[in-house]
Design a protein around this ligand. Structure first.
Ligand SMILES: [Zn+2]
Length: 431
């Protein structure tokens, strides 16, 4: 884990948030490589969930919402963890985190630690709106992105041609007042989610069918991104640990260095959200079947994934050490750069000019890196560590035969390819 964290900093994937001011616990900033990785992940998700499907549409709701929406969703009341506080140093811990509690007790050495009894603590982050001091209204930064979808259920029904079953997809930031952020970006106070709320008929059998469908669909997607099968598993929630809205819930977990950890969930939320919004807003949330005329409040099968957690586990999964070489074995679709272009020598104008021409041409269609520093070995090492699948070198032969050397990241093998075939070559390897 330390090696992955160090690489993320060294190569521009992830930095501690506000680092020059000593940081802000539970926040992270994505550097140039990390930004591309995250963007690729989100674009692939959107393509799979929205572009390629006829039954899912997109939405981009506001982060700030009328606070009533959070009362309706049950978060004001139930979105809290029972906490205990160390009576010596007043640090708070989740009451169910026995390992962390035991660990903390050892930090006080000889002293006997006493704990307060567990108390509820709300995870919603408060914010204040209004220009006049004292006349501000208290709102919440959204604690999950789901709510913005449900409050627009009717708008989407009325403005598009969707028919049950259908889904609404959204990607966006959410905020939680986590007591103990940790494990790098795994538990952060600001994070990004990608979710589909998939509305189905209010029918146990149909809901179960769609629940199973989405479980497998999501697992298959992560496998298609090259994640190792042995590091992924399903874990069904026991009735007692399910969130307040869930009728059934399964996590997809990753075998992280600190143990199996959830990074996405599939939840059968029933009609909880729409019914509550109907009750709190007084607005009709029913769906009318165009064929039968039947009216009902649909059930919701939610797939909810953490973008940051997915990116983190993809990075950990891709980290490879082999024969003294460190590289990220990222699926080319996810790699920040699809190729890097080098002139063999930076001080030979002819080579630079030719390489630059190739770089300028390829960058119209691909994220391509340029590097003319140091020697080829150093450039390969740098590209390996950000997971660039192909390095293209222009050498003296290139000036005569219109061919370049392509070096493959994973095998380190090299082959000669005609310049005119480069685009097709990359297309064939990346898609
Ligand atoms: Zn303490």
């Amino acid at each position: 884990m330390d090696k992955v964290v160090a690489l993320c900093k060294r190569r521009g994937f992830i930095y501690p948030g506000s680092e020059i001011y000593g940081g802000l616990a539970g926040t992270w900033d994505y550097g140039p490589a990390g930004t591309e990785l995250k963007r690729n992940l989100k674009e692939l998700w959107w393509k799979e969930m929205v572009q390629l499907r006829e039954d899912i549409v997109g939405l981009d709701a506001a982060i700030m919402m009328n606070p009533k929406a959070w009362e309706a969703s049950g978060h004001v009341e139930a979105f809290s963890d029972p906490l205990v506080e160390c009576k010596i140093c007043h640090q708070r811990f989740r009451a169910d985190k026995e390992v962390e509690i035991k660990e903390h007790e050892t930090t006080h050495k000889e002293e006997k630690v006493e704990w307060t009894s567990p108390e509820q603590f709300n995870l919603l982050v408060k914010a204040y709106l209004g220009v006049l001091e004292g006349k501000q209204s208290e709102i919440y930064l959204r604690g999950e992105i789901t709510n913005g979808v449900h409050v627009n259920f009717k708008n989407v029904l009325d403005s598009t041609r969707v028919k049950i079953p259908f889904g609404i997809a959204q990607i966006g930031k959410a905020f939680r007042n986590e007591i103990t952020p940790g494990n790098f970006t795994f538990r952060s106070r600001e994070f990004e989610q990608m979710e589909v709320q998939f509305y189905v008929k209010n029918d146990e059998k149909k809901a179960e069918k769609w629940f199973d469908y989405w479980k497998q669909n999501r697992m298959d997607w992560y496998l298609s991104l090259g994640m190792k099968k042995e590091n992924l598993r399903f874990r069904d929630h026991a009735p007692g640990e399910r969130a307040h809205y869930a009728k059934a819930a399964t996590d997809i977990e990753y075998q992280a260095p600190w143990g199996w950890s959830e990074f996405m969930g599939i939840h059968q939320r029933g009609d909880w959200d729409l019914s509550r919004h109907r009750q709190y807003s007084g607005q009709d949330m029913k769906y009318r079947d165009p064929q039968t005329g039947e009216e009902y409040i649909p059930w919701d099968i939610e797939t909810s994934a953490g973008v940051d957690r997915s990116a983190l586990f993809i990075l950990i999964d891709a980290y490879t050490e082999e024969n003294g070489r460190v590289y990220l074995k990222l699926h080319p679709k996810l790699s920040p750069f699809k190729a890097a272009v080098f002139p063999l020598l930076a001080n030979k104008d002819k080579l630079v000019e030719k390489a630059k021409k190739i770089y300028d041409d390829l960058k119209k269609d691909f994220m391509v890196a340029w590097d003319d520093r140091g020697n080829i070995g150093k450039r390969y090492a740098a590209q390996d560590e950000i997971g660039t699948p192909f390095c293209i070198t222009v050498d003296f032969d290139s000036l005569n035969d219109e061919m370049v050397t392509i070096r493959d990241r994973d095998s380190a093998k090299q082959e000669r390819v005609r310049v005119v075939d480069l685009r097709a070559y990359l297309d064939g390897k990346i898609k």
